[in-house]
Design a protein around this ligand. Structure first.
Ligand code: ZN
Length: 134
């Protein structure tokens, strides 16, 4: 199946739940078994999977990342967003999911997030679904 691109407008920092968009693309594809990769083509954003039930998890996640990767006066990068670059690589630019019986095999409390570390910006993410029956 052809790769699909999704656009989104992000806040300064945040985690946008994109699970519904990925599920809808899978549903539209009719693919019963396979793999689904979600990819972020940016260097100051990321893709992760985490709890989407309690919104405090998202705020704690961002707070913890901010403490782990603070902005430092010693950074030389002229854009001044080195902390965002570090967070992007720490979290990672893609996630792969198992598809079985036409469904994403996510855990009960798991959701897929687009993570913004240097917004607000116009962003995009890519989703590729591979049919396991071909
Ligand atoms: Zn930069």
């Amino acid at each position: 199946m052809k790769v699909q691109e999704f656009k989104l407008a992000t806040p300064q920092e945040g985690m946008i739940d994109i699970t519904a968009q990925v599920r809808q693309m899978l549903c539209d594809s009719g693919i019963y078994t396979g793999l689904c990769t979600v990819f972020c083509p940016h260097t100051t954003a990321a893709i992760t999977t985490n709890e989407n039930a309690d919104p405090d998890v998202v705020s704690d996640f961002l707070l913890g990342l901010g403490k782990a990767y603070p902005d430092r006066p010693e950074f030389n990068h002229c854009e001044g967003n080195s902390a965002a670059h570090l967070k992007s690589s720490a979290i990672g630019c893609s996630q792969t999911f198992i598809i079985e019986e036409g469904r994403l095999m996510l855990g009960t409390w798991q959701g897929i997030y687009f993570c913004e570390f240097d917004g607000p910006r116009s962003r995009r993410f890519l989703v590729k679904i591979m049919d396991g029956n071909k």
